[in-house]
Design a protein around this ligand. Structure first.
Ligand code: UTP
Length: 473
């Protein structure tokens, strides 16, 4: 299938290298390459080259008028216990009314973990080796049972992992959820470019395309028809989580309630930074809007500033990528328009490609640039954005790396600590070390307890003592 017009458009845009091997390809491969090329917005690539690659200003982040963002402290840290209770009740009412959906972004490439397969299929729990997806499925099911509502679960995949993700759920009978309840859709993708802004080939017949970042999730929610479906179902509250964090309270009534109390369009959870140089984004305010400033963009001198009144870091609020989104806010940002577009960020990466003869090249140094959007860049567009405090041990232990910090091992240990805390709060009497890690390796299925409150209710009915290998389910 020839498409001289499209090829010509690429030539005129200085991107003829995309079709350098076109004449050598089979008709099928030609069609595949053309279909990929048709996805690319050449004007956007030219703009990104000009604004991000060529411009030295592209890298500079505006730090004028920056202030730390206010946040709602937990009652144990001086927050208003009555308001937290009010929030919890409001969130529970919203859950009972069926207004809440869970949304998991699972389109990342998981390069640091180096696991072969969609990250959500990674086994994580200490005894059953339940996968990340299973843990969330069980939380959705348990919360749905508790509130007498079906909680829709939206999962964003990428072109690379979509089919494998959907098959995984089918093979596991959707972990007890209904087929209609779990909805998959692909995120958009962007071509990688070389330092001169030339679109790169992954092979003679394929462009080097990669997912457009978790910020692409807002467009993808809209484009996939998911927002319309939620609207028909009366769902207006979207609980946003990342696939690599099984500790998260993904259905958190207090968080949902704060979002509603504030009339917020996009709400966020923060954890107090562990130390000044911790590599997390910072919740800030700037000229009346909420912003997240990444650690790499905030000078050390600012990160180290101390609040003289509290003795704590001034920029204390670390972002952990947990949000509640208003459905219509997502639609507004997804549709974009004047001044309402999520910016792209560039990342220099090693991109497998081909040389001038079409031979495969596996780079050992970054040789190209990927473009990604970040979900937190939607915050400045949100009205009444609220940030609430959470404890790391209740909400955040991501599986990012193959070993060490933020790895499967550290996450499993955090899961064990959480189970032990819940059990010991009810007199289980488990021995734990100084870090709270129990001597026995056991597990709490989310169907038994997915937070302290649901755990406490089930605990009252359990029988045998906790021993190694035990699964409370
Ligand atoms: P990360 O930024 O940790 O990226 O994603 P990653 O792709 O999982 O891992 P690395 O950097 O290659 O090692 C945080 C969350 O955002 C999702 C991921 O699936 C994860 O849940 N994400 C990231 C997407 O859904 N799409 C993307 O394009 C990028």
């Amino acid at each position: 299938m020839a498409n001289p017009e499209l090829i010509e458009t690429f030539q005129q845009a200085g991107q003829s290298q995309v079709f350098a091997f076109y004449d050598q390809l089979s008709a099928e491969s030609q069609a595949q390459l053309l279909a990929q090329a048709a996805e690319i917005d050449l004007a956007e690539i030219a703009r990104l080259k000009r604004d991000l690659i060529d411009s030295s200003e592209g890298a500079a982040v505006d730090l004028t008028d920056l202030q730390p963002a206010p946040y709602e402290s937990l009652p144990d840290h001086g927050g208003d216990a009555d308001r937290w209770q009010e929030a919890r009740e409001l969130g529970e009412a919203a859950l009972r009314a069926g207004r809440v959906a869970l949304f998991t972004v699972a389109g990342g490439q998981g390069t640091r973990l180096g696991y072969d397969g969609p990250k959500g299929t990674f086994p994580i729990t200490p005894v059953r080796q339940a996968t990340l997806f299973q843990v969330f499925a069980e939380k959705v099911q348990a919360a749905g049972n508790r509130y007498g509502a079906t909680i829709p679960w939206l999962i964003m995949t990428s072109h690379q992992n979509h089919d494998a993700t959907v098959s995984f759920f089918a093979e596991h009978d959707f972990f007890g959820l209904t087929v209609d309840q779990v909805r998959f859709f692909r995120q958009g993708r962007m071509p990688a470019v070389d330092p001169d802004g030339k679109i790169m080939l992954a092979s003679k017949d394929a462009i080097a395309m990669s997912p457009d970042g978790h910020g692409g999730s807002l467009r993808a929610l809209d484009r996939s028809g998911s927002l319309d479906q939620l609207e028909r179902e009366g769902v207006d509250i979207i609980s946003y989580i990342q696939v690599d964090n099984p500790l998260v309270r993904c259905i958190d009534p207090a968080f949902i309630g704060w979002h509603l109390l504030a009339g917020s369009e996009m709400s966020s959870k923060m954890v107090p930074k562990a130390y000044a140089g911790e590599k997390v984004g910072h919740f800030c305010r700037q000229r009346g809007r909420a912003v997240v400033v990444e650690y790499s963009d905030l000078p050390a001198s600012i990160q180290e500033e101390v609040d003289s009144a509290t003795g704590q870091l001034r920029y204390l609020a670390g972002s952990i990528a947990i949000h509640v989104l208003d459905r219509e806010f997502v639609r507004r940002v997804a549709r974009g328009g004047e001044g309402l577009e999520l910016p792209f960020h560039l990342a220099r990466k090693k991109i497998p490609t081909v040389d001038a003869h079409g031979e495969a090249v596996k780079p050992t140094e970054p040789n190209g640039i990927k473009f990604e959007m970040f979900v937190f860049d939607a915050l400045p567009f949100a009205e009444n954005p609220i940030v609430i405090e959470t404890l790391r041990e209740n909400d955040f232990s991501p599986v990012k790396n193959a070993s060490g910090v933020d790895s499967a091992d550290s996450c499993r240990a955090d899961l064990l600590r959480q189970y032990a805390r819940w059990a010991n709060a009810h007199g289980a009497g488990l021995s734990v070390d100084d870090s709270g890690l129990p001597e026995v390796t056991f597990e709490v299925s989310p169907l038994f307890g997915y937070d302290e409150v649901s755990f406490a209710e089930s605990w009252a009915t359990r029988s045998a003592p906790i021993t190694t290998g035990k699964v409370l389910s």
